[in-house]
Design a protein around this ligand. Structure first.
Ligand SMILES: CC(C)(COP(=O)(O)OP(=O)(O)OC[C@H]1O[C@@H](n2cnc3c(N)ncnc32)[C@H](O)[C@@H]1OP(=O)(O)O)[C@@H](O)C(=O)NCCC(=O)NCCS
Length: 138
């Protein structure tokens, strides 16, 4: 069967592509070392990639700690946005977290990031508190 988009767990071989996504999506991209540490050492880390055939076009990271999942980041390459792929990726993460026993999900988002806030609201997230100076910029 021909299958264009697919999800799977992130592996170390993906890091080059992930770093390119970071550069395109974030003003303060994570380093190679951060991803290596997450994949090698953090037993709570759960990272998914979204592929179009062999090209990684987005990813979502989380920490799954007992019954709580915290989303660390989600990104879709700019040219693939607006096609419900970010939504599909976050839904996939939520589905897996639920199977793993999570019953609470949290995340942090910059108050100026209206696109992400709209996505999170759509998927049922509610605003908690505003954490001052959480981000190093903006
Ligand atoms: C946030 C992000 C992952 C969304 O991915 P996407 O694939 O473009 O989003 P989708 O097409 O799946 O859209 C899902 C929902 O997001 C919101 N959304 C997406 N694009 C939007 C836009 N241009 N304006 C407002 N809301 C938007 C809407 O709620 C949308 O649902 P709807 O289409 O029913 O209105 C993507 O914009 C991105 O990578 N941004 C840069 C990185 C980032 O800021 N990540 C979040 C912080 S960690």
């Amino acid at each position: 069967m021909y299958k264009r988009f697919s999800f799977r767990l992130m592996e170390e071989k993906d890091i080059d592509q992930i770093l390119r996504i970071e550069q395109e999506c974030f003003a303060a991209p994570w380093s190679r070392e951060s991803f290596e540490n997450e994949l090698r050492k953090n037993k709570f880390a759960l990272y998914l990639v979204l592929e179009e055939e062999d090209k990684v076009i987005g990813y979502c990271g989380s920490w799954l700690i007992i019954d709580e999942i915290h989303i660390t980041n989600i990104a879709i390459l700019p040219e693939y946005r607006g096609r419900k792929l970010g939504e599909a990726l976050l839904r996939k993460m939520m589905e897996i977290a639920k199977l793993e026993g999570a019953n609470t999900m949290t995340l942090e988002v910059r108050v100026s990031n209206h696109v992400a806030i709209s996505l999170y609201r759509k998927l049922g997230f509610q605003e908690g508190g505003i954490r001052k100076n959480y981000y190093t910029y903006n």
